[in-house]
Design a protein around this ligand. Structure first.
Ligand code: A4P
Ligand code: MG
Length: 189
């Protein structure tokens, strides 16, 4: 993989991870570890793991979802490119929009930036409508602000009318914070 271009400073980012095919937990944990390495993410904080009812297209298996907050020195388009590459590495095959997937990584927030290009919309245009996004996000990013809606994640969750099923699947973060941080520290030498 090409060496990624860096920005001048780190940006506080929020990502949403989802999987509803195959070994869901392994795909979530493995793809995060990989992204951390190739995107040089720092101060990674992981939400609990949630089992969630499929939103949108309902005739598909339950999802596992998690949210991840981190510091990132890459431009947003480069981060997106890495997310898409890693989705493929972890077995994602092309299917119709909103259908089942081995792994999906969405950029929910990229600092306070608003981005509208042909390939990237940030803040994620559906995040405020989705309990399966906001509940995990509130674990690690209750105070992060959605610029377009002028509200933080905690407030978006209060306002969200989605009653979709979102249950804690594992109360420990995925991957667990202590092990995870130790691994990162070891890998960084
Ligand atoms: N794209 C634009 N903005 C972004 C962004 N902020 N983050 C573009 C990531 N990608 C972004 O995405 C299609 C294109 O969106 C990308 O090529 C990228 O350039 P995709 O991942 O290939 O397809 P998709 O995920 O099916 O489409 P979309 O619109 O991203 O769907 P969502 O919003 O990801 O929703 N129910 C539950 N319970 N849990 C889930 O995780 N996920 C979805 C998919 C539906 N229902 C779900 C869940
Ligand atoms: Mg997606």
């Amino acid at each position: 993989m090409n060496k990624a271009a860096r920005r001048d400073g780190d940006v506080d980012i929020l990502l949403g991870f989802g999987s509803n095919l195959g070994d869901r937990r392994a795909a979530l944990a493995g793809s995060l570890r990989r992204l951390e390495q190739v995107a040089h993410l720092r101060r990674v904080r992981c939400s609990r793991l949630y089992a969630t009812a499929p939103y949108g297209v309902e005739d598909q298996p339950d999802f596992l979802n998690m949210a991840v907050r981190a510091q990132c020195a890459l431009p947003a388009d480069e981060l997106l490119r890495l997310c898409k590459t890693i989705e493929k590495e972890f077995g994602r095959r092309p299917r119709e929009r909103w259908h089942a997937r081995e792994i999906d990584i969405d950029i929910l927030l990229y600092g306070r930036e608003q981005i509208n290009t042909a390939v990237l919309t940030v803040p994620h245009p559906q995040m405020h409508l989705r309990r399966f996004v906001l509940l995990p996000a509130a674990d690690v990013a209750a105070d992060m602000v959605h610029t377009g809606r002028d509200a933080d994640v905690a407030r978006l969750l209060e306002l969200c009318g989605d009653a979709g099923r979102v249950d804690v699947y594992d109360a420990a973060p995925c991957p667990p914070d202590s092990d995870h941080q130790a691994t990162v520290a070891r890998e960084r030498g």
